[in-house]
Design a protein around this ligand. Structure first.
Ligand code: AHR
Length: 652
């Protein structure tokens, strides 16, 4: 009887202690052998949500070549619905009017122009992309092509004016508009004593009565690193703060296009921006292609990343595809594109790059063949992939080739289409999930075959919140990033998508994005800060972590871990980086043991947290949720308190 009582007491004590046991993470620093991929954290981009036009591309005039119609942008240039040119208006509709001159343009790329039939003082206005940002002391440089119908030289006044017409921020007269096309440049300098605003329009005011024809009207503020045809400073700085190692471009769907004519045809995106045709983005609006191949490459260079190039692989979103010898032209285009990026100046396309202003070759490690070809139901991908793979490897054996379908689908489709001997270097996987699904998948790569192809997670996001994601999404993201970082011997690279959203009504096609902005300001979602924290604090070796007594969260019938983690160490400076995610509504006190290294007493932690999981940042409240940095007492064994709904990055 006594023995039975003792046993029951012992069992009860054990049960209580197992309920109460403190969660523990043991960092096996001495066993940190596997390498963290040097290209683990990167960026993914395409023209979606007005990412470039009205976004990163600093050019501020909406519809600068008059190819976009206000009734809808679906039609390609040359065919017009009668709505008139989007973003352009006249202030005085009685005395002046605008029309499109369909066969009177400046070059083959821009065969149409705007005819402004004006009286003295009539004004043509441009709305910009939901306003034009004017800040104290800003310096603008602009240009347009123009001609007039008068024998005597004509002139206009260009200006930046408040939307109500009451404040003229800057103006300049542009003279000598004669009867043949010529390009005119101007500068607009904003005085220091104004209040920053985006409630501004660009004006062109006629100084003489008569007809003015205009083409390629452009306006740039100061750009990041002062580049011509450059990029928006605040967004570039935000990306630098993400410490990206690569930039995946040009898409996404934007690579493929809705049809062949509207694919990303890189050869039409280089050289003088005034000679670029532009094309329709599959996201329903027109791209000027001011952001062309070289601009993407410079973007990567300026944020310290290398390009991760997607090449068009003969398949478009409407399901059209090209196979066999018909593909050769596209394969050659891809080879030329790679040569443009990494070829010496003694090569044809390397010389073109030098002519375009960048003699130094860029570095390139990964080339992706197409995008999301698992949507291609024709089983044509294995044949298309193989042609690209073999041609690229023959010329550039060191490049790693990325397939957009996985090994199983590749094998199935190859069998159906009779394609043999396919080699796989890297597979691109895409995951758009909610936070719960991210938690469920947070051990996904732990069990991946180490002998199989490497993984590039080229698009992923926890999709909660819009236009940008909320704290709950950041928690799911962090759990997923911890999984990828822990497994970065196999996950060689990953990037969140989509990166950008212009938050103005009508600008967003895809909800739940990383960085939001309007014409004048930008902000990061909690997910953005999670990215900065993860990518900015990573070593070169993966530290195995043993976890015990991790509490759980209940999702329906299932229990999932409440805590997710990853650790790395920097073998050069000895720093250890521990990342811990607490998805629970309560704080969690955990014990951290560090084995195999002598830890000093001082650590620094960054914590991103919020009271409620749906809390978020916004254009009006951009810094509601940001990382808070503080000191943390550390050692070989220490307590770490994880705030509710938090992401903690600890550097020891
Ligand atoms: O990121 C948005 C879209 O999602 C991409 O264009 C496409 O690749 C994916 O389906």
């Amino acid at each position: 009887m006594k023995t039975l009582k003792t046993t029951i007491t012992l069992v009860a004590l054990l049960m209580i202690s197992s309920v109460m046991a403190q969660p523990k993470l043991t960092l096996k620093v001495g066993k940190a052998e596997k390498k963290v991929s040097p290209t683990l954290y990167g960026l993914m981009t395409e023209e979606i949500n007005y990412s470039y036009e009205g976004g990163l591309y600093a050019q501020l005039i909406g519809n600068s070549s008059f190819k976009e119609d206000r009734n809808g942008a679906r039609q390609a240039w040359g065919r017009w619905k009668p709505g008139g040119p989007k973003y352009w208006n006249v202030t005085d509709t009685i005395n002046s009017h605008i029309s499109l001159a369909m066969n009177d343009g400046i070059n083959r790329a821009n065969p149409i122009s705007l005819c402004f039939d004006a009286k003295v003082g009539s004004t043509l206005t441009n709305d910009g992309f939901w306003g034009i940002p004017v800040k104290p002391n800003e310096h603008f440089e602009g240009a347009f092509f123009a001609k007039g119908n008068s024998d005597a030289p004509m002139s206009v006044i260009v200006s930046l004016v408040s939307s109500d017409g009451k404040i003229v921020y800057a103006k300049q007269e542009v003279k000598n508009i004669d009867k043949s096309w010529s390009k005119h440049s101007f500068v607009l300098d904003i005085p220091g004593e104004i209040k920053a605003t985006k409630d501004v329009k660009f004006h062109i005011t006629a100084c003489q009565s008569g007809k003015y024809w205009l083409s390629r009207v452009t306006l740039f503020p100061e750009t990041f690193k002062g580049r011509k045809n450059g990029l928006r400073k605040d967004l570039m700085q935000m990306m630098c703060d993400m410490h990206p190692k690569f930039l995946r471009f040009p898409g996404g769907n934007y690579l493929e296009g809705n049809d062949f004519r509207n694919r990303f045809d890189w050869k039409r995106t280089i050289g003088n921006p005034d000679e670029r045709v532009g094309h329709m983005s599959p996201w329903g609006y027109r791209s000027s292609d001011g952001m062309g191949l070289l601009e993407f490459l410079l973007w990567a260079e300026d944020v310290g990343a290398e390009p991760l190039l997607g090449v068009f692989a003969g398949y478009t979103l409407n399901g059209d595809y090209i196979t066999a010898d018909y593909l050769d032209g596209f394969v050659n285009d891809a080879l030329d594109e790679i040569e443009y990026i990494i070829g010496g100046v003694d090569t044809k396309w390397g010389a073109q790059r030098a002519k375009d202003g960048h003699p130094e070759p860029f570095s390139l490690s990964y080339v992706e063949i197409g995008n999301e070809d698992f949507f291609d139901r024709s089983n044509s991908y294995p044949g298309r992939y193989k042609k690209f793979y073999e041609a690229i490897k023959a010329k550039y054996p060191n490049l790693q080739i990325v397939s957009t379908i996985d090994a199983k689908m590749m094998a199935d489709q190859a069998e159906k289409s009779g394609v043999k001997d396919i080699k796989l270097d890297v597979i691109d996987e895409h995951y758009y999930r909610n936070t719960e699904s991210m938690y469920r998948a947070a051990d996904q790569y732990d069990s991946y075959d180490r002998k199989g192809p490497k993984i590039f997670c080229g698009e992923w996001a926890s999709r909660e919140g819009k236009p940008t994601t909320n704290m709950n999404a950041a928690l799911g993201d962090a759990a997923w990033m911890a999984c990828m970082e822990r497994n970065s011997d196999i996950v060689v690279a990953h990037c969140y998508a989509p990166l950008f959203v212009n938050v103005n009504p009508g600008a967003m096609q895809w909800e739940s994005d990383l960085i939001g902005y309007d014409a004048i300001s930008a902000y990061g979602s909690p997910s953005y800060y999670a990215q900065c924290m993860f990518a900015g604090n990573v070593g070169d070796k993966i530290v195995p972590v043993e976890a015990s007594d991790i509490p759980t969260l209940t999702f329906g019938k299932d229990k999932l871990p409440q805590i997710y983690y990853s650790a790395t160490k920097d073998s050069k400076n000895g720093k250890i980086y521990l990342k811990v995610v607490n998805g629970g509504s309560t704080k969690s006190d955990i014990i951290v043991n560090v084995d195999g290294a002598k830890v000093k007493s001082k650590g620094v932690k960054s914590v991103l947290s919020s009271e409620k999981p749906e809390d978020t940042n916004s254009i009006d409240n951009p810094k509601k949720i940001v990382p808070i940095v503080s000191k943390q007492k550390v050692g070989n064994k220490f307590n770490l308190t994880l705030a509710p709904y938090s992401i903690t990055v600890l550097v020891m």
